[in-house]
Design a protein around this ligand. Structure first.
Ligand code: PSU
Ligand code: MN
Length: 321
């Protein structure tokens, strides 16, 4: 079973045994989400932000047939500097192949939730969760002649959403990624019974941008209030995670129109080029980085480190309740 495949670092194991706050961090954003050297800078800064908020970071990845919870700095370096394409992206459906294949694999939100929960961790920070991709539901086409034709659905829906529906963990993010069909992603999360909270604003955070342009299902003024709801949800032990959405820091946020234009263009190009499957999200993030002259990477870096800091505060409040 999963515990036979789990390697928890001594530092993380000790913190958990002593009941001190621990924050899980994922590794796909290192290997597939950001270019080198930004990826290594973000991974290190996220761990530092967790330590600075009096919690222990536990970056998760697959290595040598094991799910490692608590990478050391050599592991972070190895993942960040691996040649593009040489590291697998492990989600729930690809975790077994990643374990059996040996070598390095990076864990997405779904695989990181599985490992973190098995290790006894309750709080996890990422950048933006995956969700319902634009076009996943297809379109019916125009009612009038000359309009856009009907498009078949791709059904591309991230396994992150199913995992949030089944694995009890608080996931701190900056909202669903802006490349997604955000309203459909919220509907999916509601159907799967996942509470979604915005912190400090009524609008759902929009990943690169402060707002996704839609209301959050629920919102709280601060982390203390979020901790109360997270504690109630996890305390029920009815299964399933809870999503805590924190807006990207204002100084690094992309303007709403800049984000929207880059996302729309990148999504259209990806469809035209036939990019699909697990390659789609990394392709879109890289293309948006080009289209925004690197501004999206600065926003992504900033929001990831901020999420790690907020997650550490949340973990601290949970352990002291
Ligand atoms: N947040 C980021 N960058 C990323 C991701 C999150 O800022 O690259 C990763 C996470 O690992 C998430 C994955 O689970 O993107 C979603 O991939 P997909 O859409 O293929 O499920
Ligand atoms: Mn997908």
């Amino acid at each position: 079973m999963i515990t036979d495949r789990l390697t928890v670092s001594p530092v993380v194991a000790t913190a958990l045994r002593d009941g001190r706050p621990v924050v899980a961090l994922e590794s796909t954003l290192i290997s597939h989400g950001l270019p080198y050297p930004d990826n290594l800078a973000v991974a290190t800064a996220s761990e530092d932000a967790v330590w600075a908020a009096n919690a222990t970071p536990a970056t998760v990845a697959v290595h040598g047939g094991r799910l490692v919870v608590g990478l050391d700095s050599d592991g972070l370096q190895a993942l960040a500097t691996a040649p593009p394409g040489s590291v697998r992206k492990a989600s729930r459906p690809s975790l077994a192949a990643a374990l059996a294949g040996g070598g390095w694999a990076a864990t997405t939100v779904s695989a990181t939730m599985i490992a973190a929960h098995a290790a006894g961790i309750r709080v996890f920070a990422t950048g933006g969760i995956g969700g319902v991709h634009r076009g996943a539901l297809g379109s019916t086409g125009a009612a009038t002649a000359g309009g856009p034709p009907a498009v078949a659905p791709t059904f591309d829906i991230s396994s992150d959403l199913e995992e949030l529906g089944r694995t009890p963990l608080a996931v701190v993010c900056a909202g669903p990624k802006a490349i997604l069909d955000v309203p459909a992603t919220l509907e999916y999360l509601e159907t799967r019974g996942v509470p979604v909270l915005a912190v400090g604003q009524a609008e759902l955070p929009g990943f690169f941008a402060r707002s996704a342009g839609v209301a959050a299902p629920d919102w709280v003024p601060d982390i203390a209030a979020a901790a109360g709801i997270v504690d109630a949800h996890l305390g029920l032990a009815i299964g399933g995670g809870i999503l805590v959405c924190v807006p990207v820091p204002a100084t690094e946020a992309l303007a709403d129109d800049v984000a929207r234009d880059a996302v729309e263009r990148a999504v259209a190009e990806a469809a035209g080029a036939g990019i699909a499957g697990p390659a789609l999200t990394p392709w879109l993030l890289a293309r948006i980085a080009e289209l925004t002259g690197g501004a999206s990477v600065r926003a992504n870096r900033s929001l990831i480190v901020n999420d790690a800091r907020v997650a550490a505060e949340l973990a601290g409040r949970l352990t002291s309740r």
